[in-house]
Design a protein around this ligand. Sequence first.
Ligand code: SF4
Ligand code: SF4
Length: 141
Amino acid sequence: MSWFFPAMPECNSCGDCCGPVTATATEITAIRGFVEAHGIAWTEHDDPLTCGFYDRAEQKCRIYPVRPAACRMFGVVDEMPCPHFPDAASVSMPIHRAIQLGIMNPEDRLLSESFGGTPGISLEEIQLVGMLTARGRPAHG
Ligand code: SF4
Ligand code: SF4
């Protein structure tokens, strides 16, 4: 799905947006193949909300080539602005449009659920936060 979105031009790989993200079944299959081929395991961080595929020491995503659309959208779409470079967002992609296009699906699950991690937050809690922030720009940290 990367062809839907331009690269985030200002990204410094700080990982501040690498929290709990969802993935489609197709994305999970691709990620599973990638991690098996490269011997990558989900890693728990001190901060339970940090994605287990984020390498804090190297400041990089360990599954970058197959990261979910949700990660590709962050900082690029107006609805998911980077907290550090909010002006870098250049494409509008509301969640309902992403679902219409099949980029996301209502039954998507958290990466942590599929790769043996301990979810620091439930999908229901994320959806609640999304509802609470739907009238303004989403809160990130
Ligand atoms: S928070 Fe912004 S700068 Fe940091 S990794 Fe995410 S998109 Fe890049
Ligand atoms: S899959 Fe990669 S880009 Fe996406 S949240 Fe995890 S570490 Fe960040």
